[in-house]
Design a binder for this molecule. Structure first.
Ligand code: FES
Ligand code: FES
Length: 410
């Protein structure tokens, strides 16, 4: 993790983030500034445009850590900006927006055009705005709106500001950026590891162990879920002390050997649509008898997708509403990096985890009932889950919720 310090809309903000976090995600997910829209995430559509030190910047291709100490202005920070206010009114008057998805980025770029170009032709405006794509309303209204504001500015005798106050050319970003220690370390490690296979192996092993030693690690995503099991709390608590049995309740999970002093190695297979991942990793399991709480602190890597995860699961076993029931509160914190990280952006992971927990509970119930009945052999359990089908069912259930909201039906 890296600490990033920025001035966002005039206020100092600081947060611990992954170095790979782009500015748009940082603003939307840690600052709740959702006016910055994300469209293509390739620097093409301009929906994510905002100002970094006064210069229009694609926040989807700008690392937040590369902007250390910079002044970042989002569309929310332009509420009282005179030019932005005029542009908003002109966009309305000239029908320069329809769905509005592109509009925050359009306003930020248009503001720069109004500020910078003295008497642009329609063609000049179109060229200047060519980095902002609108998917639904077309560009006639947008161009007219910008022309309208420039004409009003000229009518008031206000000249354009040459270069829009830019003092230097080059990639936009912070002029105050400082090297990020983690990035520098990673860069330094690459050539050595590339030239020496043995050293590379050692570096890989060290990298695999590194997250576990990082006492300052904080999960990027946190959520809590609870479930009820139809067995007494004593039984459930004892069962949770048997690590191999607990692992066998989690679809796709298997252990590489017996746990030693609460330390265990193993793997978990997940299928997300066309991507299959097999995370190999280690975990430390701790329990506190007095409070009936426990933690599972794990880290793993999937070589094929080059993704890594670190997670901390905390649980508390409590009596349920009646003596034959147990309530289990689970807090899950995790960080996912690499190709699969794209699935950790929204509440999708939370939904998928909820369904995985559902399968876990189903298996847990089956095993405890099997145990209580004194049955022989193995209890029937769900052994595999395809998160692709889960994702599909999540989308369907969300669509149903949205439809119910629109139609006012429960
Ligand atoms: S989302 Fe950044 S340019 Fe498209
Ligand atoms: S108004 Fe819909 S994308 Fe531009």
């Amino acid at each position: 993790m890296s600490t990033v310090n920025l001035i966002v809309n005039g206020k100092p903000v600081s947060a611990d983030i992954q170095p790979r976090t782009h500015l748009a995600d940082f603003l939307r997910e840690t600052q709740n500034l959702t006016g910055t829209h994300i469209g293509c995430e390739h620097g093409v559509c301009g929906a994510c445009t905002l100002l970094v030190d006064g210069v229009p910047t694609r926040s989807c291709i700008t690392f937040a850590v590369a902007c250390q100490q910079a002044e970042v202005t989002t569309i929310e920070g332009l509420d009282d900006d005179e030019i932005a206010r005029e542009l908003r009114a002109a966009f309305s008057a000239e029908h320069g927006l329809q769905c509005g998805y592109c509009t925050p980025g359009m306003i930020v770029s248009a503001r720069d055009v109004v500020l910078r170009l003295d008497a642009p032709s329609e063609h000049d405006i179109r060229v200047a705005m060519s980095g902002n794509l609108c998917r639904c309303t077309g560009y006639v209204g947008i161009t007219r709106a910008i022309q309208r504001v420039i004409e009003a500015r000229r009518a008031r005798g206000i000249a354009a500001v040459p270069n829009g106050n830019r003092t230097s050319l080059g990639p936009s970003g912070s002029g105050h950026a400082v090297p990020v220690a983690a990035t520098a370390t990673a860069r330094a490690a690459v050539p050595a590891a590339t030239n020496k296979p043995a050293a590379a192996k050692e570096a890989a092993a060290a990298a695999s162990a590194a997250p576990r030693k990082d006492a300052n690690w904080k999960p990027q995503t946190n959520f809590t879920q609870s479930f009820t099991v139809s067995h007494p709390a004593d039984v459930v608590w004892d069962f949770f002390g048997n690590i191999p049995e607990v692992a066998s309740c989690l679809p796709g999970a298997s252990l590489a050997g017996d746990p030693v002093d609460g330390h265990v190695e193993g793997q978990i297979k997940v299928k997300v649509g066309p991507i299959s991942a097999e995370f190999q990793g280690v975990a430390d399991v701790a329990r506190d008898e007095a409070t009936r709480t426990g933690t599972i602190d794990g880290a793993g890597k999937d070589k094929r997708s080059n993704s890594a995860t670190r997670g901390l699961i905390g649980y508390a076993v409590k009596p349920g509403d009646n003596p034959d029931q147990t309530r289990v509160d689970v807090n899950i914190g995790f960080t996912l990096t690499g190709m699969l990280a794209q699935f950790s952006r929204s509440g999708l992971v939370e939904d998928v985890a909820g369904r995985l927990i559902g399968a876990f509970v189903q298996n847990l119930e089956a095993k405890l009932s099997h145990q209580a009945s004194g049955g022989s052999g193995a209890a029937p359990v769900v052994t595999e889950l395809d998160a692709g089908s889960l994702v599909f069912s999540v989308i369907i259930s969300r669509f149903k919720m949205l439809w119910a909201k629109i139609t006012g039906r429960a």
